[in-house]
Design a protein around this ligand. Structure first.
Ligand code: TEU
Length: 581
C-alpha cells in the first residue's frame, strides 16, 4: 500500500499566464488577472496551482526562454504581484508551484551574454561551446549532426568567438552546462532559492532528464540519409550524471524547504522521451530522494508521427493502444515506493476533447464529461490544465497557419513548405499532412485565451488578445456553465468531490484493465482493501453494452456522465462509475 502524502491526493491546476486573464487591456494575461480569479480556482476544488513561466523573457518560446530568473516579465506584472498571488493562494488554503526551467536559459540571459563574449570568459564553460568541423571540400559543419526539437540542428554558430553552442530547443535557448559546478550553484540560488524564500510550495521541473549529456558528443547514427541532422536523444537525454545532479538539487536545496503549512515541498518533473518503467522509477522512488513524481508523455504522444522529426505527421491510433498506456503507468508503481501522475492536457498539446473523443457540436460536452471520469478515477496525482474544466476544444480547422504563434508549429510548417517543394526529393503532400497534424496536436490549441463569458474576446481582455479567441466562446464559457448544474464545469467539480470522498480507491487503488482488445469501450476496475469500483467509458458515438451483471454484482452506480441513463446501454461517450456498497 502506498503511503498517504498530501501531494498524492492533491489536484493540480495549471495556469498559462499569457492566456488566463488580462487585467489591464494589453491583450496579455497577467498576475493581477490570476489574483482576480482565485475565487474561481478555489471553486473548482483544486488544491495546488502550477503557474507556467512568468519570468523575464524575450518570449521566443513563451517564457520557457528565461533571461532573468529573479524578475517577472513586465506585461505579466512584478515580483510583488507574484508575492501577492502566493499569499492569496495560501490564504485560501491552496498551494502554488512555479516552473523550474534550468536545462537552458534565453540567449538574452546575462550568463549567456558573458559566456559568448570571449573564449576565456569565466562563464564560457557554463554553456556548451565547440569548434567547427570541416568536410572534405572545406565546408564548415556543426560539431555533431543532432536534430533539435523545433526542427533544424542543435548547434548555432557564433560569429564573435567562432564556435558553435548547443541548444536542444530554439537557437535562442542555449543549454546550460550542468557539468560546471559554479553553474549548478548559480542555478540553485537564482532559479530555486530566490522563489522558495518567497514561500512557494514546490516546482514543476521542466525537461528534467536532459541536464546530463554525453559530453564527448559523438555523432548520431544516420537513420535518415536524406538529411544531415538525425535524432540523437540517446546522447542528451537520461545522461550519465543525471541522477547525481537531481539528487544534489534535492539535497542542497529542496529538502531544506517546507510548504506554507509545514509539509515537504513538492516536485513534479517533466520526463519526456520516457525511459522504461524501471528507468522512471529511479527518478521517483522515495528512497532515491530525487523527484516526487514525473509526467510520462505516452498518452499525449498518441497520434504523433514517428520519432520527433515527424511529430506532426499524424499517425492514427486505437483505443486498445491507449488502454495499454494507461495500464502501463497505472500499474508501474505497484509494489514500489514510486508514484505516478494522471493528465491528458497541458500547454504543449491539443485539447483532450478534440484529440481523444469528439469536439463536434453534438458530442463535445458528453466527451468532456466522459474524459473527466477517466481522469478522476485513476490512481496518481491528477493535473488539470486551464480550460479543460469547461471542455475547451481545439481552434477551428478553418484557421490558417498565420493564427498559430508557437515557435514549434511555425518551424515545422516552414520545414514542411521546404520539403514539399524540394526538387527531386520533394514530398509534395507533406504540407497538407503537417497542417492536418497541427490542427489536431499543435501546442497552440491549449494557448487560446480562456473563455470566461460570452462578452467580447470571451471576457479574457478588453484589448486585442495576443492570440485569437476561439470562435465558439459564446457556446463554451465558464460563466454560462457555472449557472448550469449539468454543465461540463459542474460535472468536473462533482468528479473532483467524488475523487476526494473515495480517495482510497480512486487516488491510491490498484488498477485492473478488463477489456484489453475492445475498440469501443474502456472498462477497468479499481481496488483498495474492501472498496472496489468499476469504471466504464464509451469512446464512440454509438450505443455500447454496459458492464456485465457479474462484473458489477454487489455494486451501485455512483455516477454517470449522463443525467438520464438507459438500462443495458452506455450512450455515446457515456462514462459510468460503479462502486460496491
Ligand atoms: O517541454 C519539453 C519537451 O521536450 C516536450 O515534452 C514538449 O512536448 C515540447 O512540446 C517539445 O515538442 C518543455 C515545455 O513544456 C515546453 O513548452 C518548452 O517549449 C520546452 O520545455 C523548452 O523549454
Amino acid at each position: 500500500l502506498h503511503k498517504h502524502v498530501w501531494w498524492k491526493e492533491a489536484v493540480f491546476y495549471q495556469i498559462y499566464p499569457a492566456s488566463f486573464k488580462d487585467s489591464n487591456g494589453d491583450g496579455w494575461g497577467d498576475i493581477p488577472g490570476i489574483i482576480s480569479k482565485v475565487d474561481y480556482i478555489i471553486s473548482l476544488g483544486v488544491d495546488v496551482v502550477w503557474l507556467s513561466p512568468m519570468f523575464e523573457s524575450p518570449q521566443v518560446d513563451m517564457g520557457y526562454d528565461i533571461s532573468d530568473y529573479e524578475a517577472v516579465y513586465a506585461p505579466y506584472g512584478t515580483v510583488e504581484d507574484v508575492e501577492t498571488l502566493i499569499k492569496a493562494c495560501h490564504d485560501h488554503g491552496m498551494k502554488i508551484i512555479l516552473d523550474l526551467v534550468v536545462n537552458h536559459t534565453s540567449d538574452q540571459h546575462a550568463w549567456f551574454k558573458e559566456s559568448r563574449s570571449s573564449k576565456d570568459n569565466p562563464k564560457r564553460d557554463w554553456y556548451f561551446w565547440k569548434p567547427a568541423r570541416y568536410d572534405k571540400d572545406g565546408n564548415r559543419l556543426p560539431p555533431t549532426n543532432y536534430r533539435s526539437y523545433f526542427a533544424g540542428g542543435t548547434w548555432t554558430w557564433d560569429e564573435q568567438t567562432e564556435e558553435y553552442y548547443l541548444h536542444l530547443y530554439a537557437k535562442e535557448q542555449p543549454d546550460l552546462n550542468w557539468e560546471n559546478e559554479h553553474c549548478r550553484k548559480a542555478i540553485y540560488e537564482s532559479a530555486m532559492r530566490f522563489w522558495l524564500n518567497k514561500g512557494i510550495d514546490g516546482f514543476r521541473v521542466d525537461t528534467v532528464n536532459k541536464y546530463s549529456k554525453v559530453i564527448d558528443f559523438p555523432d548520431a547514427p544516420i537513420t535518415d540519409p536524406n538529411t544531415f541532422i538525425q535524432p540523437a536523444a540517446q546522447f542528451w537525454c537520461n545522461g550519465p550524471r543525471i541522477h547525481e545532479f537531481i539528487k544534489e538539487m534535492n539535497r542542497d536545496i529542496l529538502s531544506n524547504y517546507r510548504t506554507y503549512d509545514g509539509q515537504p515541498v513538492v516536485t513534479v518533473g517533466e520526463l519526456s522521451l520516457t525511459p522504461d518503467p524501471p528507468g522512471v522509477l529511479r527518478y521517483v522512488s522515495a528512497r532515491e530522494k530525487e523527484l516526487d513524481m514525473v509526467f510520462q508523455f505516452d498518452i499525449t504522444h498518441l497520434g504523433q508521427g514517428n520519432g520527433f522529426q515527424d511529430k506532426y505527421d499524424f499517425a492514427p491510433w486505437t483505443l486498445p493502444e491507449m488502454k495499454r498506456i494507461v495500464e502501463k503507468w497505472q500499474t508501474f508503481i505497484e509494489g514500489t515506493d514510486g508514484w505516478t501522475t494522471v493528465f491528458n492536457e497541458n500547454h504543449d498539446n491539443g485539447r483532450s476533447v478534440s484529440r481523444f473523443a469528439s469536439d463536434s457540436p453534438e458530442w463535445r460536452e458528453a466527451s468532456a464529461r466522459m474524459l473527466a471520469i477517466w481522469l478522476m478515477t485513476q490512481t496518481g496525482t491528477v493535473f488539470l490544465y486551464q480550460g479543460q474544466e469547461i471542455g475547451m476544444i481545439n481552434a477551428p480547422n478553418e484557421w490558417g497557419i498565420e493564427e498559430y504563434k508557437d515557435v514549434e508549429a511555425t518551424n515545422f510548417w516552414n520545414e514542411a513548405v521546404r520539403l514539399s517543394d524540394n526538387g527531386n526529393d520533394a514530398d509534395p503532400t507533406r504540407k497538407e499532412r503537417i497542417m492536418n497534424g497541427l490542427q489536431i496536436m499543435a501546442r497552440d490549441h491549449s494557448r487560446l485565451p480562456f473563455q470566461w463569458d460570452s462578452t467580447e474576446n470571451a471576457g479574457f481582455t478588453t484589448g486585442k488578445p495576443w492570440m485569437r479567441t476561439h470562435d465558439l466562446y459564446k457556446e463554451i464559457n465558464a460563466e454560462d456553465q457555472r449557472k448550469e448544474s449539468h454543465s461540463v464545469l459542474s460535472f468536473y467539480k462533482r468528479m473532483l468531490r467524488l475523487r476526494k470522498e473515495q480517495k482510497d480507491v480512486f487516488v491510491y487503488g490498484t488498477f485492473e484493465l478488463l477489456d484489453h482488445d475492445n475498440v469501443n469501450t474502456f472498462i477497468f476496475k479499481k481496488h483498495y482493501q474492501d472498496r472496489t469500483a468499476v469504471i466504464a467509458l464509451n469512446f464512440t458515438t454509438a450505443m455500447q453494452p454496459t458492464p456485465t451483471e457479474a462484473l458489477v454484482d454487489g455494486m451501485r452506480l455512483l455516477t454517470s456522465s449522463y443525467q438520464k441513463t438507459r438500462p443495458e446501454v452506455l450512450q455515446p461517450f457515456e462514462g459510468r462509475v460503479y462502486i460496491n456498497y
